[in-house]
Design a protein around this ligand. Structure first.
Ligand code: ADP
Ligand code: XUL
Length: 522
């Protein structure tokens, strides 16, 4: 039998990465190109340009194209592209690419004697793609919410209220400020579908999961919302193309790559998706599972069957099961807040902090703390608040109470907001923990107790790229197997903490106290 391999590409903020797996899902090759250092001519910092107003943030579209040229050149001497039966990929979410009138013809007739960068040098109507770090469109967002009946109405349809970084407001900004450029654009891609288009030699469809990060997709109908299109710009449906399920096989690779790099002409291109959805796939998140990344700030992703979008957090169509959904919640007060309490109440030492968690009682004798040192995103509030067992606000806790309160408070918040989005704990639910604090077993024990589910740790350094290599195999099998069947042979997770069944937490009580805090804070 001939050897089969699958490739995953990741067009992220600072670099482009590629990873190959074999048919047993073992990673065989990895390579990357860093924008700042490998392509200094584009003069980016951290892969981006922050404009003078400090709100506008863009990346040169051609830098991404040139990075792909460089990446494939780097890999070609050590990797046999003819073994790749399918490839997929991912991009930073929300960013947009504007193809100029006539660009499709160019894309369909790329000449393998030249680089992609040379071939596509005049293909874009906008040279600097707006990306997820842009926050210049607040007024447009508020108007958009107003015109569809308010933020909750927009969230009900598209999974999120209007956000500056989401693509609709960025498209509206172009339409309003440079109407001639907008008119001269024949297609608008996300970073993910733009990258897929390069491989396809044709415009690649936007997938439903990354499409959910635009404030344009009706996440239940899985089609563009007429109302949202109309508030954004004219003729937008035609410029976006039809969205497709994330596991779709878009067709065979462009002859450009066959001639230049020796790809097999039958190599399939599976729809590319956003980096958070791709990470969900890489972590093999299943029904009832959640992933908590305990980094500088905390992020939280969850599987949802029956989503209830809120004005906090995001609901996307699930990237590995088009009939399900995923939630994404971001918390600004993560490790920095934990560190602050470690410094004030545990002698600046994680081991002292852990010791306190070990010998204090789960539930903290009814004491709950809510610590929003910096303006929190979920919920929109700031300040530190402590409550006794009678729900009365108190000025301080003992050091021991404080340490337990910050960890229990942060995890109660996550479970509360997850349930708000429609999450329910299943009998085989897992919590997957990553990021700096996932090294700390005592913190993970609290996590297991608050969620009432086992906590596993996993290395996610490459999860988005790996997720796309898995998705390539899933798409290649074309529905013959579910995503979880396809990935069942991947390396098992490591159990870090089992829940203490004698402990239960009152999630609704936390919710009431958070509502008190939010009303005081705003
Ligand atoms: P980033 O989100 O910036 O990638 P990391 O995921 O690497 O960050 O997490 C860094 C954070 O991990 C640090 O701010 C630190 O507070 C925290 N951290 C490191 N070790 C521990 C530990 N043993 N217990 C709890 N937190 C820890
Ligand atoms: C998610 C978000 C970022 C980008 C870049 O909403 O804006 O995570 O996907 O990684």
């Amino acid at each position: 039998m001939t050897k089969k391999t699958y490739l995953g590409f990741d067009f992220s903020t600072q670099q482009v990465k590629a990873l190959a797996i074999n048919d047993d899902l073992v990673v065989t090759h990895e390579a990357s190109v860093q924008f700042d250092t490998d392509l200094p001519e584009f003069k980016t910092e951290g892969g981006v340009h922050i404009h003078n107003d400090k709100l506008t943030v863009t990346a040169p579209t051609l830098m991404w194209v040139k990075a792909l040229d460089l990446l494939l050149e780097k890999i070609k001497d050590t990797f046999d592209f003819s073994t790749v039966v399918a490839l997929s990929g991912t991009g930073q979410q929300h960013g947009s690419v504007y193809w100029k009138e006539g660009a499709l013809k160019k894309l369909q007739s790329l000449n393998a004697q030249y680089s992609l960068h040379d071939e596509l040098s005049t293909a874009f109507s906008v040279n600097d793609s707006p990306i997820w770090m842009d926050s210049s469109t607040s007024d447009i967002c508020r108007n958009m919410e107003k015109s569809v009946g308010g933020p909750q109405k927009l969230a009900d349809q598209t999974g999120s209220r209007a956000y500056e970084r989401f693509t609709a407001s960025q498209i509206a900004k172009l339409y309003q400020t440079k109407p001639d450029v907008y008119d001269n654009t024949e297609r608008i891609s996300l970073v993910s579908s733009f990258a897929a288009s390069l491989f396809l030699g044709n415009y690649a469809a936007i997938d439903n999961s990354d499409g959910s990060g635009m404030n344009l997709l009706d996440i239940r109908k899985k089609d563009w919302s007429e109302e949202c299109l109309a508030t954004t710009a004219t003729n937008l449906r035609d410029k976006l193309g039809k969205p497709v399920p994330s596991c779709s096989n878009l067709g065979c690779i462009s002859s450009y790559f066959v001639e230049k790099y020796g790809f097999n002409p039958d190599c399939r291109i599976i729809a590319f998706t956003g980096d958070n959805p791709a990470s969900l796939a890489g972590c093999r998140l299943g029904r009832g599972d959640v992933i908590i990344s305990l980094g500088t700030s905390d992020t939280f992703m969850l599987w949802l069957d029956d989503p209830k979008p809120k004005t906090e957090g995001h609901v996307f169509v699930n990237p590995v099961d088009d009939n399900s959904y995923m939630g994404l919640l971001c918390y600004k007060n993560g490790s920095i807040t934990r560190e602050k309490i470690r410094n004030s109440a545990a002698q600046k030492s994680w081991s002292e902090f852990s010791e306190i968690l070990k010998h204090t009682k789960p539930g903290n004798n009814g004491k709950i703390g809510i610590y929003f040192d910096v303006q929190e995103i979920t919920p929109n509030a700031v300040g530190c608040f402590r409550f006794n067992d009678k729900d009365e606000q108190v000025a301080s806790f003992t050091d021991e109470e404080e340490v337990r309160a910050v960890i229990e408070g942060q995890f109660l918040a996550k479970r509360y907001h997850a349930e708000g989005l429609g999450y329910s704990l299943g009998i085989s639910s897992k919590v997957l923990a990553t990021g700096g604090a996932s090294k700390n077993p005592e913190i993970l024990q609290v996590l297991a107790d608050v969620f009432g589910a086992p906590v596993y740790t996993l290395d996610t350094s490459n999860s988005a790229c790996l997720g796309c290599a898995y998705r390539a195999k899933h798409g290649y099998l074309n529905g013959a197997k579910s995503f979880s069947e396809v990935t069942s042979s991947a390396a098992p997770y490591k159990l870090a903490a089992a829940p203490n069944t004698a402990v239960t937490y009152d999630i609704a009580r936390y919710g009431k106290l958070e509502a008190v805090v939010t009303s005081k804070a705003n």
